[in-house]
Write a protein that binds this ligand. Structure first.
Ligand code: TEU
Ligand code: CA
Length: 552
């Protein structure tokens, strides 16, 4: 263990706590060869765009060989680059270019399940006595009523007459982590990439890896949210600790687990650094604020949203480190969801959400396109969607007659994962590809693109630079100073000798709010205007004019 430095408020300093992460969804980032699909060379060509933001780490969504039932989250060969993304040489060149630019790279580890086309599953399903039969979870009858996160039953009957478990699509069979050979196989894959020099992993639905083999039925109250059962298998902590001991602790890397279904109460079990499992997890409470008990869209309020962060802060002590994210490839666009995507307010509210993301406690994750203020689109036809989750919902909700088409589109236009998956519009002409894009660009690309989004991009870059200069914005204590205010999100970050006050107007109306007399570090002066965000530095000792900490 290298020399450890502890902050005055008790955090062990680590590079990944101080980092800002940018997520690339390669299929939609930039197409370098005109086949319509974003690729690894495309990321190299646009690396200056990422580097210019000042981010430290790139998280690359799956770049592996995959039949793409779930856009790469169904992996056929973990040691092979997907042909549409390029070659292993392209990967090595990308990694080298990222390092040369002074950044790090983490990749997606998707090992709760494989593709059904993975060699292990091909062997496993080939016969009941195949040596790899036990690599997956088989049963000679349907053992329970578990449902797939994507809809329908979680068990599929195979040709042998046995049933296999898939918590996602039938093309994503779940691995049997109780089999030591499976775990070793996964650890080998991890070492393969770590030895190339990658700096860690984002781990897909990692709390789901351990299954309760007594297979209890879903309790009634969790029927609509089975993830809270799936995330609580009996051995998840044993396996993550083992993975840490055997693999992760041998490298200076970061891990962030996608903790779908993990409660705040259970979070420290995964990330308390004394337990040596994961470094960080993604908590879902903030992005579930606009979802009802059935997962459908519901209106949200600012006090509910703010309360998530106070609860989180109170639940985690200095042995745990949070993340902050509002979007990724599974979520709608932040400006449409938490901001205002009308032409008048899109840019300002996108900037406010950037200010929020980069001044909160927890390692911030930015999703590609948010730095240009990309929006949701208005889907009007089922054929405009790509995502299997939405297509399944169409079958279950509309084709079955349960919902009207109108209700379906009203919901999907709020929640669809496809909002985030449209290709990046680099120019007013689109500029993603010279060919036909694999998925249509958002029809607003002429107005919303990297060129027109320059002011938003520059704002991100300024904020990232500020966060890097100011330990108070990384490690500082967090306090919401107006939790009940319906329009304003205002919080302090205080640290040793420095402190900041961040004030965000989550509305298009000007607001009267008690503001410091000093000039903000970022933001305008006078009363707080619609969607305005400001950052004030608070003076330690009250200044003669009375500005600073003593005043607010
Ligand atoms: O996501 C887990 C997951 O369950 C989400 O897709 C969830 O359903 C969604 O966020 C609800 O809003 C991970 C990946 O991020 C996702 O892209 C994959 O489809 C999924 O696992 C299966 O690998
Ligand atoms: Ca391509």
């Amino acid at each position: 263990m290298p020399h450890t430095e502890i902050t005055p408020n008790g955090y062990i300093r680590r590079w990944w706590k101080e980092a800002v992460v940018y997520q690339v969804y390669p299929r939609s980032f930039y197409d370098s060869n005109g086949d319509g699909i974003g690729d690894l060379r495309g990321i190299i060509e646009k690396l200056d765009h990422i580097k210019g933001l000042g981010v430290d780490v790139i998280w690359l969504s799956p770049h592996f060989d995959s039949p793409n039932a779930d856009n790469g989250y169904d992996i056929r060969d973990y040691r092979k680059v997907g042909a549409e993304f390029g070659t292993m040489q392209d990967f090595d060149d990308l990694l080298a270019a990222i390092k040369a630019a002074g950044m790090r790279l983490i990749i997606d580890l998707v090992v709760n399940h494989t593709s059904d086309e993975h060699q292990w599953f091909i062997e496993s399903r080939s016969s009941r006595d195949n040596p790899k039969r036990d690599y997956y979870i088989w049963s000679d009858h349907k053992p329970n009523d578990w449902t797939s996160i994507f809809g329908g039953p979680a068990w599929t009957k195979d040709e042998s007459g046995d049933w296999y478990l898939h918590l996602f699509d039938p093309k994503q069979p779940d691995l049997n982590w109780d089999n030591r050979e499976v775990r070793e196989g996964v650890y080998d894959i991890m070492c393969f990439w770590l030895d190339k020099g990658v700096d860690g992993f984002r781990m897909d639905v990692i709390p789901f890896i351990s299954k309760d083999k007594t297979f209890p039925n879903l309790p009634d109250k969790l029927r609509a949210k089975p993830q809270y059962i799936y995330a609580n298998g009996p051995k998840v902590h044993d396996y993550l600790h083992e993975m840490n001991r055997e693999v992760l602790s041998q490298y200076d890397v970061m891990t962030v687990g996608e903790a779908f279904g993990v409660t705040l109460e259970d979070t420290p079990k995964l990330i308390d650094e004394r337990r040596q499992e994961l470094d960080m997890i993604f908590q879902f409470a903030a992005v579930e604020v606009d979802r009802g008990p059935d997962g459908r869209w519901k209106p949200w309020t600012l006090p509910e949203f703010k309360a998530v962060f106070t609860r989180q802060d109170q639940a985690l002590d200095t042995h745990c480190w949070p993340t902050f994210f509002l979007s990724n490839h599974d979520n709608p666009r932040i400006v449409s969801r938490f901001g205002d995507d009308s032409p008048q307010w899109r840019e300002k509210s996108a900037m406010l959400l950037a200010t929020l993301t980069l001044t909160m406690k927890g390692t911030p994750f930015i999703y590609q396109g948010d730095e240009m203020g990309m929006t949701n689109r208005n889907f009007t036809d089922i054929n405009q969607f790509n995502d299997l989750w939405t297509k399944n919902a169409w079958q279950e909700e509309v084709v079955s007659g349960k919902w009207s088409e109108k209700a379906f589109f009203a919901n999907q236009n709020k929640v669809s994962r496809d909002h985030a998956r449209m290709p990046i519009p680099w120019t007013t002409e689109g500029g993603f590809t010279t060919g036909t894009p694999w998925f249509a660009l958002n029809p607003n690309f002429a107005e919303v693109n990297a060129e027109s989004g320059r002011a938003i991009y520059d704002h991100y870059a300024r904020l990232i630079a500020l966060r890097h200069r100011e330990p108070a914005l990384v490690y500082g204590d967090y306090k919401d100073i107006a939790p009940d205010h319906p329009q304003v999100f205002a919080y302090r970050r205080t640290f040793d000798t420095s402190a900041f006050l961040i004030i965000l107007n989550f509305s298009s109306q000007p607001v009267i709010f008690d503001l410091p007399d000093s000039e903000p570090v970022i933001g305008g002066s006078g009363p707080l205007q619609g969607w305005e965000s400001r950052i004030y530095r608070l003076q330690d000792a009250p200044s003669p004019c009375g500005a600073g900490r003593g005043r607010e």
